[in-house]
Design a binder for this molecule. Structure first.
Ligand code: NAP
Length: 479
């Protein structure tokens, strides 16, 4: 059923091929009879060139805030005009914590997997993890990037995955993590996912190690339904997955926040094809299909998706998908989809509205927390036995004990044969306290830093804490 009242949606045509693919999409959406009114806004290259360093003007931000839904073309950050990407600005401004990437086999698009029935969705955390971009070069030879994972972020993304599965009547959710190695960060998503899964007894839930998930995606992708992942894993595996069904020309996405959702093709502005009437608009059209479902216009969404499938099944393909066969222009492809719309009888669909009110998180608190030690990272090429002897002498008359030294996470002191190792100038010194302190522990750490600093430059400090008697830090390998 088409609603009687039109919904206003912010439309950002974007850069490069953006205007061509958004024009094609709007023509198809209109021909499908969707009840949409576009509010066209600018962002990206043209705005950077006007001197606005964010690439997103206030009118565009206000429009998205007002309409709460946007369809966005690709945005460029032109060289020499600001360092920030307008895409990242939008993602951060509207805190679109979840990135949804459907991966569905398209009839007529020749891939090694054609006929296998791939129809999966990757739900990727979109604002945390290594993408917080907190990086430091700690020594001239060693750089660090913080992998920040919050319980709140994990709960929201896990709930989003289950709610999305429910909205599409899907039966299975996998959580793919590297929890076997990163027990505290990746493990937090695994543990939270397993808790959240209990609220969805009708949906199968499974954990899978992310490297095996990559292997299984290539080997037997049709086994997956919904897969939820942290940001970096999701970034890599969603691109891998889109290649299974024909590549970037067929990869739509939705960025979901509490207040706004922004739909866009995964690909960029493909500048070499701009203005040539050659680009494949399917990814953008399918992003609009996701958008129509998001706003509850399921019939229009179904009509457009079916028309795209019928067009492709007839062998009407753009250059990227045609291989050696003849191909059609962007505008002819668009007209062929509009033609297919006339033939399309809307099917019954399997979709229900995505209920974002069920995507929440609970704060957790602990009854007791103690500081039981500290890791101090120092810069030195000294032999670990010499460092150990020096640090032991320094802390001899204090409450601190040197527990171990490690290099790149591997214990190198005490009593370790390092003859086969090539050490770098980045050593972790783990000190423990004879018993847990909380009262004056900061003073104790500061005085320890002061004595360590008399011999070795330090660049990073981490408290070793316990929460309700559970260690909140990892052990060193071999330590
Ligand atoms: P890109 O624009 O995605 O293009 C890379 C290649 O992918 C193209 O040369 C083309 O491959 C293929 N491709 C992309 N879109 C296609 C489509 N619709 N149909 C068929 N093939 C398609 O990536 P890029 O060249 O790295 O980035 C260009 C600009 O876009 C950069 O400024 C980048 O920052 C920006 N960007 C924006 C977004 C966004 O707004 N979300 C995302 C990514 C990149 P062939 O050359 O093999 O034909």
């Amino acid at each position: 059923m088409i609603p009687s009242k039109k919904q206003t949606i912010t439309l950002i045509p974007g850069d490069g091929v953006g205007p061509e693919i958004t024009k094609a999409t709007c023509q198809i959406i209109e021909a499908a009879g969707a009840a949409i009114e576009w509010e066209v806004c600018e962002a990206g290259s043209v705005i950077f060139k006007k001197g606005l360093s964010t690439g997103v003007p206030k009118e565009t931000i206000d429009s998205i805030q007002r309409n709460r839904v946007a369809l966005k073309g690709p945005l460029e950050t032109p060289v020499g005009y600001g360092e920030k990407s307008a895409n990242v600005t939008l993602r951060k401004l509207f805190e679109t914590y979840g990135n949804i990437r459907p991966v569905k086999e398209m009839p007529g698009v020749i891939t090694p997997y054609l006929g296998r029935g791939i129809d999966l969705v990757i739900v990727r955390e979109n604002i945390e993890d290594l993408y917080a971009g907190i990086e430091h070069s700690q020594t001239p030879n060693v750089a660090q990037c913080l992998k920040l994972i919050s319980r709140q972020g994990c709960e929201k993304i896990a709930r989003l995955a289950f709610e999305f599965a429910k909205s599409e009547n899907r039966k299975k959710v996998h959580c793919a993590t590297k929890a076997n190695i990163m027990k505290l960060t990746e493990g937090l998503l695994k543990r939270t996912f397993e808790e959240v899964a209990k609220d969805y007894p009708d949906i199968e839930s499974h954990h899978i190690i992310v490297d095996n998930c990559a292997h299984q995606l290539v080997k037997k992708p049709e086994q997956f339904d919904v897969i939820v992942m942290t940001n970096m894993n999701g970034d890599i595996l969603s691109d891998l997955s889109s290649a299974l069904v024909g590549g970037l020309g067929f990869a739509p996405s939705g960025n979901i926040g509490d207040h706004c959702a922004i739909f866009e093709a995964v690909h960029g502005s493909a500048p070499k094809y701009a203005g040539q009437n050659l680009i494949n608009p399917t990814a953008m059209i399918l992003s609009a299909v996701m958008m129509l479902r998001h706003i509850g216009q399921f019939d229009a969404a179904e009509k457009v998706e079916t028309a795209v499938q019928k067009t492709l099944a007839k062998g009407i393909l753009t250059r990227d998908a045609a291989g050696d066969k003849p191909f059609v222009s962007t505008t002819d492809f668009t007209q062929a989809i509009i033609q297919s719309l006339q033939e399309t009888v809307p099917n019954t669909h399997r979709h229900k509205p995505l209920d974002l009110s069920k995507v929440y998180f609970k704060d957790v608190s602990v009854k007791e927390r103690d500081v039981v030690g500290v890791d101090i990272f120092i810069e030195t090429y000294d032999h670990p036995n010499d460092i150990g002897a020096c640090l032991n002498a320094l802390v001899k008359d204090t409450l601190w004990q040197l527990k171990l030294l490690s290099c790149r996470g591997l214990a190198v002191y005490p009593n370790v044969d390092i003859s086969c190792l090539k050490l770098i100038d980045h050593i972790r010194c783990r000190f423990t306290l004879s018993h847990a302190f909380l009262e004056n522990v900061d003073e104790l750490i500061l005085s320890l830093l002061a004595v360590v600093g008399t011999k070795y430059p330090w660049m990073h400090v981490e408290k070793l804490q316990t929460f309700d008697d559970i260690e909140a830090f990892s052990k060193a390998h071999g330590g």
